[in-house]
Design a protein around this ligand. Structure first.
Ligand SMILES: Cc1cc2nc3c(=O)[nH]c(=O)nc-3n(C[C@H](O)[C@H](O)[C@H](O)COP(=O)(O)O)c2cc1C
Length: 183
């Protein structure tokens, strides 16, 4: 059985990040045939700058990051919301993945986003912005692979309903067939 590799980008750098723990949980409970690859080190990517984005100057961190995501079959962002949008570290990562224009690592890559915040909205603006940005960067947003989960009154790391929604989102991302875009 062939393995589907999902590159996972976590939008929080906090050591005790709930979103990171969610990503780890999804990785640890991934179904057979699916590998969730948590791509660490987003904080080591310099701020995107066209002046250094060339063969001579591109930082090794960015080149390795692009290669790792390009080698994945799917991309999943797991992120909180900062000030009504996605955290800068995720935005910067998407910027690096968006170039070279038209040939970036996200080009044609099925993409989804999930995450949680301790507000009633669960990070939905962050998630909407991540999807818009990824689309412009060339990714293919997969319908219904968005979960904006409030953590008010629920332990998102153990609640069966929440985990069920998240596992289903991962399954839809993995099962997505490119042809369905044109249908
Ligand atoms: C700079 C900053 C801005 C934030 N802005 C928002 C926001 O706009 N909406 C929201 O739902 N939560 C916001 N929060 C709260 C985060 O969602 C919360 O800290 C969350 O737990 C972070 O996720 P993590 O546990 O994965 O680090 C903000 C937190 C920080 C530090």
């Amino acid at each position: 059985m062939s393995q589907t590799r999902v590159a996972v980008l976590v939008g929080s750098l906090r050591a005790d990040s709930v979103n990171r723990r969610l990503a780890e949980l999804l990785r640890d409970q991934a179904p057979e045939g699916v590998t969730l690859d948590l791509v660490d080190g987003l904080e080591r990517l310099p701020f995107y700058n066209e002046d250094i984005d060339n063969e001579a100057d591109a930082p090794e961190t960015a080149t390795a990051f692009r290669a790792r995501v390009a080698g994945a079959d799917r991309v999943l962002a797991v992120t909180p919301e900062y000030n009504g949008t996605m955290p800068a570290v995720l935005n910067n990562a998407i910027d690096w993945l968006s170039r070279p224009y038209g040939q970036g690592a996200l080009t044609g890559k099925p993409f989804g986003v999930v995450g949680t915040t301790p507000t009633p909205y669960g990070g939905k603006w962050s998630h909407a912005d991540a999807l818009r940005s990824a689309t412009i960067a060339g990714a293919v947003v997969v319908e219904d692979v968005t979960v904006s989960q409030s953590s008010i009154d629920v332990d998102v790391l153990s609640d069966p309903e929440v985990l069920g929604k998240l596992h289903s989102a991962v399954a839809r991302l993995v099962d997505f067939k490119q042809e369905t875009v044109a249908a």
